[in-house]
Structures are given as structure tokens and as C-alpha cells.
Design a protein around this ligand. Structure first.
Ligand SMILES: Nc1ncnc2c1ncn2[C@@H]1O[C@H](COP(=O)(O)OP(=O)(O)OP(=O)(O)O)[C@@H](O)[C@H]1O
Length: 253
């Protein structure tokens, strides 16, 4: 079942620079779609367009069949909760002035509804936060700490925890492992894979790190200068018929 569809999206900044050129793809429920490309190819702009933080010039972005790109801020609000994001820097998701428990409660207090929760259940703040931390393999005692009292890996786990707390339809992962050391990266990728399976999550995983993206994704897109130049199931990454640029990326690993 298709959960999100991006069709012929273009984006030009006011500087006149076209950053996205005719980008199309769809995301199946419960799958991870990887988007690989080098720095500056437009990956983060694409993420911001999907999150409706940037307005696109043309094309369509739909979530569960609902077009998002022309909705007013008011009409968009109910859909915002269905797409959550995790960025490279966990401080983009965790308010430094809030204890972890308050950051984790925030999405539920803003948008949450007990009826929307299929895997977590809300009976009290205490019990809900405990379940959330358990899901991302963090000790319950971290709830009372501030972000700066956590390691980088723990902070990113808390950011992921916040993103999945209201069970969104799509989780956008924009370089989620890039700020971490190699061991923390590996354990975070393992956690993301466990969460996808456990909660039937649908991911768009954007990164310049081919190995990380390939380890999690069922399908890969290769982006260059704002365009998708190659698209294929992950098991076909090493085939001879791949685009020469994809082969170049592969040869770097
Ligand atoms: N607000 C903006 N105004 C003008 N140009 C922008 C703006 N945001 C991004 N760009 C330009 O668009 C291009 C794509 O940027 P983007 O951040 O989407 O790339 P990226 O692939 O995510 O790169 P990185 O991996 O380094 O973050 C870059 O050349 C960037 O300078």
C-alpha cells in the first residue's frame, strides 16, 4: 500500500537556483526508501518540501492520497502529525530547556489522540514516557535529564523516540547517523530497523552515506544536481546496468 507519493516536484530558490528538478517517487507502507547523493544535491531541500517547510514550484506531494502542497496552514495542521522528522543534529528536535520527558510528551500534547495509537497506549504521562523510552532502548531514568546530560547517541535515540511517539505514517530521516561515531551509528541503524519492523513504520532515509542507507532500505534512489538519476531495489545496487554515477558512489565504499 502506498503511503506517500511525490510527483514531478520542482523547486527553485529566490536566487534563481533550481534545486529540485522533476523529482518523483512513492513510498510503500512499512518500507524504507533510501535517497543517496553527495552534499549539495538537494536532499535536505527535498525533505523540507515534503515537510511543507518549503513551498514547491510545481508537482504534487500526497500523503495517504491527500494532496498537501496547496493546503492552507490551517488545513495542513491535521496532516503535520503524520510526517515526523529526525535530523542530523538531535538539538533540532530536543529543546535544551526541557527535560527528556517533556520533549517526549510534547507531540502527544500537541497532536496526540489515544485512538490514533496502535502500539503505544496512553494512560498517564509517566507510563507513556516509560513505554517510549523502552522502545528505543533507553533507561527510564533518562526521562528526568536534560539533553546535554545525554551522550550524542542517546540524544539521537531520544529524538527518534519523539518522532515515533504519536505513530506517524512517515518518518523522514535526514542524515540521522552523520553526527555519531561509527559504533553509535551501527547501533542506531539497528534500532531504526527494529522500530520499522516492530511498529510498521515507513521511512524516507536521506544521506550521503551509501552503506548506511543501503543497510536499511528496500529501495534506493540516487540524486544528482536535484534530479533522481537512478532508482532500483537495494539488492540490485551492484548490478552492471547501474548508472555510471551510482557505480562511482559504490566504488567509493
Ligand atoms: N534557502 C536557500 N536559498 C538558496 N539556496 C539554497 C537554500 N537552501 C539550500 N540552497 C542551495 O540548494 C542546494 C541544495 O542544498 P541542500 O541543503 O538541499 O543539499 P543537500 O544535498 O542536503 O546537502 P548536504 O548533504 O550538504 O546538507 C545547495 O546548493 C544550497 O546552497
Amino acid at each position: 500500500m502506498e503511503v506517500m507519493n511525490i510527483s514531478r516536484v520542482t523547486k527553485t530558490f529566490s536566487s534563481g537556483r533550481q534545486v529540485l528538478d522533476d523529482v518523483s517517487f512513492s513510498l510503500e507502507k512499512g518500507h524504507c526508501l533510501g535517497i543517496i547523493g553527495e552534499s549539495g544535491c538537494g536532499k535536505s531541500t527535498l525533505a523540507r518540501c515534503i515537510l511543507q517547510l518549503e513551498k514547491i514550484d510545481s508537482g504534487e506531494i500526497s500523503l495517504n492520497g491527500q494532496m498537501l502542497q496547496n493546503l492552507s496552514a490551517k488545513k495542513l495542521k491535521p496532516f503535520r502529525k503524520h510526517i515526523q522528522a529526525v535530523f542530523q543534529n538531535p538539538s533540532a528536535s530536543l529543546n535544551p530547556k526541557l527535560k527528556i520527558r517533556d520533549s517526549l510528551m510534547d507531540p502527544y500534547l500537541q497532536f496526540g489522540n489515544q485512538k490514533d495509537l496502535r502500539h503505544f497506549n496512553y494512560e498517564s504521562n509517566e507510563q507513556y514516557v516509560k513505554q517510549l523510552l523502552h522502545a528505543v532502548e533507553l533507561p527510564a531514568s533518562l526521562a528526568d535529564r536534560y539533553p546535554h546530560e545525554l551522550s550524542g547517541g542517546q540524544q539521537q535515540r531520544a529524538a527518534i523516540c519523539r518522532a515515533i511517539s504519536i505513530e506517524p505514517d512517515v518518518v523522514l530521516l535526514d542524515e540521522p547517523t552523520s553526527s555519531l561515531d561509527v559504533l553509535s551509528q551501527a547501533s542506531l541503524l539497528k534500532l531504526l530497523e527494529k522500530l520499522r519492523r516492530q511498529f510498521s513504520l515507513s521511512y524516507v532515509f536521506i544521506s550521503h552515506d551509501l552503506a548506511a542507507v543501503a543497510s536499511l532500505s528496500q529501495h534506493l534512489l540516487v540524486m544528482k544536481e536535484g534530479r533522481i538519476i537512478d532508482a532500483f531495489p537495494t539488492e540490485e545496487l551492484f548490478l552492471l546496468k547501474r548508472h555510471s554515477y551510482t557505480k562511482e558512489l559504490v566504488s567509493m565504499y
